[in-house]
Design a protein around this ligand. Structure first.
Ligand code: F0G
Length: 442
């Protein structure tokens, strides 16, 4: 319905509000210093608009909050598991449904069963936890992104695609017998949240079928992918996102999902697949670290909230608003003379920090420097990812005016960007680089 109107308006009204944290510039300056110039370590209270991630930060609907009260906390075989299983089966068409406490837990279960030295996993791109879980087993994770993805300014509509020729080559090189599965991450978070086209997904599915390699989706942002297909791919404009989403799942043999994104929930995830034997191995593997297979590290109430979220997220009005909001945000950032990855994907605007701050060489971490500047200048928090600063938009939580404000902050930074200084690492960065890095101005 809202597509008919020029005005971009939220297809919901607000039932509960949460005040923003207005810290002073001096307070933020002090917090940033204490956080070793890493915005992951500033108190969230001092952040005004938090675009660090779109994960677990969505606003739940009244119906989701009500669903929490329906949670059945039985240890095994709870009614909430039945509700959850039904919702996931209807969405994906896969019979075997295994809950997990979040996406990376589902990855951990799956790759602890399928990984191991000598094994190779191929994907359009692996998210960092996916890669981490694969490599932890001694296996290899290889990204095969479409060539257009390398150029941030290239406006091709489906820069999340896999390079199908590279896929064929990699299968030939490593041997199908050593490839337990191929992965399509939809949307492709590592490639700036760009979507995968149905055409590419179908081709990848055919190649995998020919070599008898199961294809799995990393479905964290499946609904946004489906709606970007509707907007950008010939033949899909008239279809509901739900129908396109079901077609996406039908082209694969299984998926895992972080329900903290398109599940519209604060926590949760799952593994869903066709192969019963593999599912049973996963169920056995998970008991030690995730729990019994009908709750998988979650409370019954969480299963209820996710089941409800999975249907709300496929509302075409919700998705139309969501993606137009990202477009609006992109337009304002372009107007503020901030180079962004084109075209915008589904969940975030990625600022090309290296292009924006050419006086800061890559070894002085322009994206982390910009993250600090955005926080200091306007209390805006984003996440450095390589040379990009990701400004991820939580679902249903911020309005158009909030993002207009963020663009104003960036236009102020643009006006005096020579003042932004590079950073250098101090001490040893333990674990995942950006999360624990300690930095100081050069
Ligand atoms: N796959 C993708 C594509 C993701 O973006 C994420 C998480 C995961 C898997 C792991 O799921 O967090 O529930 O364990 N992405 C978050 C982000 C952290 O900020 O992009 P999780």
């Amino acid at each position: 319905m809202i597509r008919r109107w020029k005005t971009l308006f939220e297809p919901y009204r607000i039932k509960a509000v949460e005040p923003l944290g207005f810290a002073s510039t001096a307070e933020r300056e002090r917090a940033l210093h204490a956080a070793a110039y890493n915005v992951f370590h500033v108190p969230a209270e001092t952040v005004l608009i938090d675009l660090l991630t779109d994960s677990g930060t969505s606003a739940m609907s009244g119906e989701q909050w009500a669903a929490l009260m329906r949670g059945d906390e039985a240890y095994a075989g709870s009614r909430s598991f039945e509700t959850f299983q039904k919702a996931v089966r209807e969405l994906t068409g896969y019979r075997e449904v295994i809950p997990a406490h979040q996406g990376r837990a589902a990855e951990h279960i799956l790759f602890s069963v399928l990984g191991g030295p000598g094994k190779v996993f191929l994907a359009n791109a692996h998210f960092e936890t996916t890669r981490g879980n694969i490599e932890a087993t001694g296996a290899k994770a290889i990204d095969l992104p479409a060539p257009e993805a390398a150029d941030p300014a290239n406006p091709s509509p489906f820069k999340g695609d896999i390079d199908t020729r590279a896929l064929e080559r990699a299968i030939g090189e490593h041997g199908a017998a050593n490839i337990p599965l191929a992965i399509m991450t939809v949307t492709n978070n590592t490639a700036a949240g760009q979507p995968v086209s149905m055409r590419n997904l179908r081709e990848a599915s055919e190649i995998c079928a020919k070599h008898k390699i199961p294809l799995f989706l990393d479905a964290a942002r499946f609904a946004e992918n489906a709606y970007l297909v509707k907007k950008r791919e010939t033949g899909y404009a008239a279809r509901a996102a739900a129908e396109t989403a079901r077609e996406m799942f039908s082209l694969a043999q299984g998926c895992w999902m972080s329900a903290k994104k398109d599940g519209l929930a604060h926590i949760g995830g799952f593994l869903a697949l066709k192969d019963k034997a593999l599912a049973d191995r996963a169920r056995e593997a998970m008991v030690l670290f995730e729990g019994f297979p009908t709750y998988g590290g979650l409370a019954g109430r969480d299963l209820e909230a996710i089941a409800r979220g999975l249907s709300e997220v496929l509302d075409d009005d919700y998705l139309e608003h969501r993606l137009r909001l990202i477009e609006f945000f992109s337009e304002r950032m372009r107007a503020a003379k901030v180079p962004i990855v084109e075209p915008p994907g589904g969940h975030a605007v990625f600022v090309d920090a290296k292009a924006f701050l050419p006086h800061i060489p890559p070894e002085q971490l322009p994206a982390s420097a910009l993250a600090g500047a955005a926080y200091r200048t306007g209390g805006v928090r984003g996440a450095a990812m390589g040379n990009f600063l990701r400004l991820a938009v939580p679902r249903r939580a911020y309005t158009q005016s909030h993002l207009e404000y963020v663009a104003e902050v960036f236009s102020e930074i643009a006006a005096q960007k020579d003042l932004v200084r590079g950073l250098k690492r101090v001490g040893e960065a333990k674990g995942m680089g950006v999360l624990f890095a300690r930095l100081e101005p050069v």
